[in-house]
Design a protein. Structure first.
Length: 181
């Protein structure tokens, strides 16, 4: 991912804090370190499935019970882009994993399918007083469900891993394929 070299000190601080937050979630798996990057009453919402929490107790419980321990051992995050404003960081990324454990935060109520899934996510992170106030995370749940084998894309205006491949390499997948069928 390429970042602009013209970041203000405040923007650089937000970017650095967000990177620290992500390391705490995905590398060190520390609920405490993750929460240290956030305001006293944070808000997290995974919009497609409405998982997360409002307030410290809900967010802490979510991270401790549903998010951090439910990261598959085989997962990879590929940054695509980062946009930094005056009080927001917006990351576009690919989250790839093998669905070999329960992942209530992404696939609530779905037992492990053993399938490899790649999905583009957009994360909008708001900051207040030098800490993370909220995270809004968006992805195409139909893409996840197709790859998990839970819906058949035949006859539906949905795609599977092709949507991720199109973001990673725009020329690799033809445009308008769903309109031609």
């Amino acid at each position: 991912m390429q970042e602009s070299t013209t970041l203000t000190p405040a923007q650089q601080s937000m970017s650095d804090l967000w990177d620290e937050h992500m390391r705490s979630e995905f590398e060190t798996s520390s609920v405490e370190a993750t929460l240290e990057t956030m305001v006293e009453e944070p808000y997290v919402n995974h919009a497609p499935v409405m998982t997360g929490g409002v307030g410290l107790e809900q967010v802490k419980k979510f991270y401790a019970e549903r998010f951090i321990p439910q990261q598959p051992p085989e997962n990879e995050i590929t940054p695509i882009s980062r946009t930094i404003g005056s009080d927001r960081v917006v990351d576009e990324l690919v989250y790839a994993f093998t669905h070999d454990i329960v992942m209530d935060w992404l696939l609530p109520g779905v037992p492990p399918t053993g399938r490899h899934i790649e999905v583009v996510m957009v994360v909008v992170v708001a900051f207040r007083d030098g800490k993370i106030e909220s995270e809004h995370i968006y992805w195409d749940q139909a893409t996840v469900l197709v790859q998990a084998g839970l819906i058949d894309p035949e006859g539906l205006p949905v795609s599977g891993v092709e949507s991720t491949r199109k973001i990673l390499d725009p020329a690799s997948v033809p445009s308008n394929g769903l309109m031609d069928s």
